[in-house]
Ligand binder design. Structure first.
Ligand SMILES: Cc1cc2nc3c(=O)[nH]c(=O)nc-3n(C[C@H](O)[C@H](O)[C@H](O)COP(=O)(O)OP(=O)(O)OC[C@H]3O[C@@H](n4cnc5c(N)ncnc54)[C@H](O)[C@@H]3O)c2cc1C
Length: 325
């Protein structure tokens, strides 16, 4: 028995959620006392498999087949099904990507299971793991307790685990060639689903100043822009700011925007709705500026300033400039 984590690549490049999903698998494995095994499917995935084997894993399966070169749900389901039947894992873990949403529920039903999707946390305080997932568009958290031996199929939400907790090691690489039958593949590959445009790559930013509805109107955006400029930070926003067109969509952080993990995240006039938190709670240090001392953002903040942003932000800008002079 093992925790088998199915990582994702497109055109020979890792999906950006791969390492955080492997970090989650390492946590699952350590808590359950099970080895972690990795699967990476495609055609010519040897180099990626070798890279995954430099992490603390027992084995990496390079699931190789010409028919896996371009993704189809039929091929991926058949290939991973065959591997799961061979390996017999307790948990099969995926990143919650568009591709996984497409094929993993179908894969799970082949084992009379469901995909426990979009998991944000896990508890190992009872004989079987309890997976926490968002319900009703993030308004409630639900606990899912699994029964039976498994395999249990679980996908994790972006940003819920941190890639920088990943442990290194040396794993063995094994090539696994599934017996795919081209006549049973009903689908023709199409261009891969394109995730939202990333003209601005917030994921690479070390410092982010993020603005929310507390800014009140578009004309006030320069107030926070000044702080971003003074700190050499990227400017980001909560969804209402982007929906209103005050900042471009690619600067949105959250469940329907980008997931970021900078060294410092300064949330200015942001309440801390769950859909925002899932996109930024991986930041190393969170600073929140909000005039409401009970705003939920303070629950995740390392430093909180309760006050009017129109007073606090200019004062911070002045201090930063003074410190840099
Ligand atoms: C399916 C779905 C997906 C979503 N995806 C996202 C997403 O990706 N990203 C996202 O951010 N949201 C998302 N949302 C929206 C989310 O639920 C919240 O509505 C949104 O995050 C709230 O934005 P906000 O914090 O800027 O505004 P508000 O919740 O209105 O908060 C404004 C805050 O500013 C404070 N404030 C007001 N005036 C001042 C002042 N002068 N000084 C200091 N503080 C002040 C207030 O106390 C308040 O806490 C999504 C919602 C759904 C249903």
């Amino acid at each position: 028995m093992s925790v088998l984590v199915v990582l994702e690549q497109q055109a020979g490049k890792w999906h950006r959620m791969s390492w955080e999903t492997l970090a989650a698998a390492q946590q699952f494995g350590a808590s359950l006392g099970l080895p972690v095994e990795v699967a990476i499917a495609g055609s010519g995935v040897g180099a990626l498999a070798a890279e995954a084997a430099t992490k603390k894993v027992a084995k990496v399966y390079a699931v190789e087949h010409e028919l896996l070169k371009d993704y189809t749900a039929d091929c991926y389901t058949a290939a991973i099904e065959e591997l799961v039947r061979k390996v017999n894992p307790k948990i099969v873990l995926f990143p919650h990507t568009y591709q996984v949403r497409d094929f993993a529920p179908k894969l799970a039903t082949r084992f009379d299971q469901v995909l426990i999707s979009d998991v944000i946390a896990v508890r190992f305080d009872s004989p079987s793991p309890v997976f926490v997932r968002l319900l009703f568009q993030g308004k409630l958290n639900g606990d899912v307790r699994v029964g039976g031996e498994g395999p249990h199929f679980v996908s994790i939400q972006a940003g819920a685990w941190r890639a920088d907790t990943l442990e290194s090691g040396t794993g063995a690489v094994e090539t696994f060639t599934p017996a795919l039958d081209a006549s049973k593949i009903r689908q023709k590959p199409e261009a891969p689903f394109r995730e939202s445009a990333r003209a601005v790559d917030l994921t690479a930013a070390e410092i982010i100043v993020s603005v929310g509805r507390g800014i009140k109107e578009k004309e006030n955006i320069p107030v926070v822009e000044e702080l971003a400029k003074a700190l050499g930070a990227e400017l980001a926003a909560s969804r209402p700011i982007c929906d209103a067109g005050w900042l471009p969509m690619e600067r949105q952080v959250g469940s329907s925007g980008q997931t970021v993990a900078p060294k410092v995240y300064i949330a200015v006039g942001i309440s801390g709705a769950i859909q925002h938190l899932v996109g930024m709670k991986g930041a190393k240090t969170i600073v929140a500026i909000n005039k409401d001392a009970n705003a939920p953002i303070f629950e995740v903040a390392d430093y909180g300033i309760v006050g009017d942003l129109f007073e606090v932000v200019p004062a911070l800008v002045a201090e930063v400039k003074k410190a840099k002079a």
